[in-house]
Design a protein around this ligand. Structure first.
Ligand SMILES: [Zn+2]
Ligand SMILES: [Zn+2]
Length: 355
């Protein structure tokens, strides 16, 4: 394959200031592949990274942003036999160090050596270079082959879908026929709706503040939608579950209100998973959870093998990415892409960038 020495990459220079810069094409080391990026999606995490930063972020002027990408394998590092040149692949973010207690325990997204590249940890687009670029290097453990019937754009949603699935899995899953409340119709919430239905949930209840998002949630399988501006979500969820409350509540909105609603709307003995990033400390009535003997779980990212399983679910048509893909821009218009995403212009949900 003809690989140039230089490439274009979106490098972060200052807060909210990234520029398309010419840099060296990275080379795959042992157990790594070089991917020619075909599509990279903008995520809420990217907004945080460019506006405020995250732990262990590389220095300004060096850091290539973007973490939800898909493309073609164009070069193999030493020892790689899991992939072939030309393979269509998508990536997930977290490559654990592989040597800490959590990695050995299958919890690589909570790696104890998070951010420590020397010890083998990578989180492309967070702590190491990412995919708003012509090429990116990934460890084989973060690369998934894309089934033929899934496009590169759709495949960029796999980290999102994997996060939704991981939120369900961390709570120990649920039994088919149970009722699931999903608080927040963002990308993770909308994928969670689909995962919950695909796994046999009886009544999926989605809450939010914007009717068009709730409408989309309904078209993706939500049985009931609740606009919290017009209705009390707790009362509604209790009414929809015969007064018992939801068996599992997935909190995909990082708000104090949503967490408190979850504590009130979960049934006695039921579970809550927090999938959202909470930017600020919140005050919640945790005594309710004690009284009702609830389980509260948290997740970080796309955990375990949830991206692999989401890809299979997508290939079988059980979950869909297309309805979330609202906008696309070339790499030169990444700024415009971010503005559209951040302002939620024209109903923007997922904005994909094509190098
Ligand atoms: Zn993301
Ligand atoms: Zn680790």
């Amino acid at each position: 394959m003809n690989i140039p020495a230089k490439m274009r990459a979106a490098v972060l220079y200052d807060w909210n200031d990234f520029r398309l810069t010419e840099v060296d094409v990275p080379q795959p080391a042992d157990s790594e592949v070089l991917i020619k990026v075909e599509s990279c999606s903008i995520c809420g995490g990217d907004v945080k990274i460019i506006t405020r930063g995250m732990l262990h972020q590389p220095p300004m002027g060096e850091f290539i942003i973007g973490h939800e990408y898909a493309g073609i394998v164009v070069k193999l590092g030493p020892s790689v036999d899991e992939f072939e040149l030309g393979d269509r692949v998508t990536v997930e973010v977290h490559k654990g160090c592989g040597r800490c207690k959590n990695c050995l325990d299958g919890k690589a997204t909570a790696c104890l050596n998070y951010g420590n590249v020397a010890k083998g940890h990578r989180a492309n687009g967070f702590t190491t270079n990412g995919g708003f670029a012509d090429y990116a290097v990934n460890h084989v453990t973060t690369v998934n082959k894309i089934p033929d019937n899934i496009s590169f754009d759709e495949a960029t949603i796999i980290t999102t879908a994997g996060t939704s699935l991981f939120g369900i899995e961390r709570a120990g899953g649920f039994v088919a026929g149970e009722n699931i409340a999903i608080l927040g119709p963002g990308s993770i919430g909308l994928m969670a709706v689909q995962c919950a239905k695909a796994l046999g949930a009886a009544n999926v209840m989605l809450t939010g503040t914007r009717d068009e998002r709730l409408e989309l949630g309904r078209s993706l399988g939500a049985d009931n939608t609740i606009n919290v501006k017009n209705e009390d979500p707790v009362k509604k969820i209790m009414a929809l579950t015969g007064g018992d409350g939801a068996d599992l509540v997935l909190v995909t909105s990082g708000s104090e209100a949503a967490f408190n609603q979850a504590l009130k709307a979960v049934r006695k003995g039921g579970s809550i998973t927090l999938l959202a990033h909470f930017d600020d400390p919140v005050t919640v009535d945790v005594g309710l959870a004690v009284q009702k003997m609830n389980n509260i779980y948290t997740i970080r990212g796309e955990g375990r093998q949830c991206t692999h399983r989401s890809l299979e679910m997508m290939a079988e048509g059980k979950i869909q990415a297309k309805p979330l893909l609202t906008h696309a821009f070339p790499l030169e218009e990444l700024r415009e892409g971010f503005d559209v995403f951040m302002e939620r212009r024209d109903g923007a949900i997922k904005v994909v960038i094509h190098p």
